[in-house]
Design a protein around this ligand. Structure first.
Ligand SMILES: [Zn+2]
Length: 211
């Protein structure tokens, strides 16, 4: 994909996610790999709803700013996940309400935050890891993401939000939206007797749609 097309796609997906109410204010950020090994990244303090394709941060392969505005201060979250997931080409990070709310609940399984509610969650997200709370900018969170060793495309940061990688921007954006919707279902059902997918049903979905 050409750089010009990728710039347009980042702006389009960012606006879509913003308009769906999935990341408030100037929160949330997107990055995507370029063919030359560099990166396009959404700028710091920029609302996802009002990005300019010409002002996206263009980084080289070492993460140095080549052109555009300064990149998001959360780029280190993206870098840590890319380091362990070499096949992925895009990452979306949001402060989406329902996923953040779930991240604050006690007694979650850190190796699989959400139960198997729908087949689409299994197909698009798989399972999400939960990492503990870190203060904004704490480099330890990057170490924690690396510690997951690339086993998860979807990582939920407690009291903060999800970081989701994909083979394409389209895949990452769809997966993070599916994660948010599943978190919403999970919260809607709290306190209700719920029929989750059975182990057999989960296995059948995984066999039919291997990730
Ligand atoms: Zn964040």
């Amino acid at each position: 994909m050409s750089e010009a097309r990728l710039r347009e796609d980042i702006v389009r997906f960012a606006r879509f996610l913003f308009e769906r109410g999935l990341t408030p204010g100037s929160s949330g950020n997107i990055s995507a790999r370029l063919e030359d090994g560099g990166w396009l990244v959404t700028p710091t303090n920029a609302s996802m709803g009002f990005l300019d394709p010409a002002r996206l941060s263009r980084l080289d392969g070492e993460g140095r700013l080549v052109s555009g505005d300064r990149p998001t201060k959360e780029m280190f979250l993206h870098s840590a996940l890319y380091e362990t997931r070499s096949g992925d080409r895009a990452i979306v990070h949001l402060h989406s309400t329902h996923a953040v709310a779930v991240s604050m609940l006690p007694d979650l399984d850190p190796t699989n935050v959400l139960p198997p509610l729908t087949a689409y969650y299994l197909m698009r997200v798989g399972s999400s890891a939960l990492l503990p709370y870190y203060r904004p900018g704490d480099p330890e969170v990057a170490a924690a993401i690396r510690g997951l060793a690339g086993r998860y495309a979807s990582v939920l940061l407690a009291n903060h939000g999800p970081v989701v990688a994909g083979a394409s921007l389209d895949a990452a954006a769809n997966a993070i939206e599916e994660l948010e919707e599943t978190a919403k279902l999970f919260l809607l059902l709290r306190g209700c007797k719920t029929r989750f997918l059975t182990n057999e049903q989960v296995a059948a979905v995984r066999e039919a749609f291997p990730s």
